[in-house]
Ligand binder design. Sequence first.
Ligand code: Z5A
Length: 209
Amino acid sequence: MSGIFVTFEGIEACGKSTQLNMLANWLRGSGQDVIVTREPGGTNLGENIRNLLLNGSKDDIFSIRAEILLFEASRAQHVDEKILPAIKSGKIVLCDRFFDSTVVYQGVARAIDPKTVQFLNEFAISGCIPHMTVLPNISVAESFRRIARKDSSRDRIEQEDESFFEKIRDGYLKLAKESARFFTVDGIDDAETIHGKIRNEFTKRFFKS
Ligand code: Z5A
């Protein structure tokens, strides 16, 4: 792989989309070829799956096996159609959520066996592992405050209770401790401060020999 693949993860409203877009703007400003994408979604098929997964109410009963398979179907299409070709042609791909989301949302919070999650993730990503994963870390209380300020209504997953999101947060912090791929940054700072830290880390990892 000759390009760079960076994913952004975290609990709801941690600021990952804000930071992804700030990094994309900075990279484009310095002449880099950047692709911005997201999961679930990123392709026609993926966006249709996203609609199915998120735009229901909590009363829509999804089998947890059906739910994980939909996330993985979106991911397989995304990797084959968009992410791998972009990386192979030397682009920088910035992706809002990727397989770590499945590890924590479906594995930790929905309690699907970790080996099953790992198998399905590996099948979907076909060897496409991010070079860096950015994790803005905020408390669940801060996440809820930010969600309450949003204009839009809560999606199906955002309607889960506080304990669900505590499990997600703990799951991410555990993953980050175990892998140097992660860059955890305090998400409570202002957006510019966080962006500066991410930019420095990106430069250190990819632009300095
Ligand atoms: N999901 C899953 O279960 N399994 C999977 O495999 C995958 C996903 C891939 C997708 O949601 C849902 O699918 C998600 C996980 C599940 N579940 N939920 N819920 P998504 O990624 O599309 O949406 P989200 O996670 O809920 O993200 P978000 O709401 O778009 O939030 P964000 O990207 O982290 O934050 P943001 O949009 O940049 O900012 C949110 C708000 O905070 C906004 O008003 C900003 O102005 C504000 N903000 C941002 N930065 C700051 C700072 N630094 N200070 C103060 N306020 C800030």
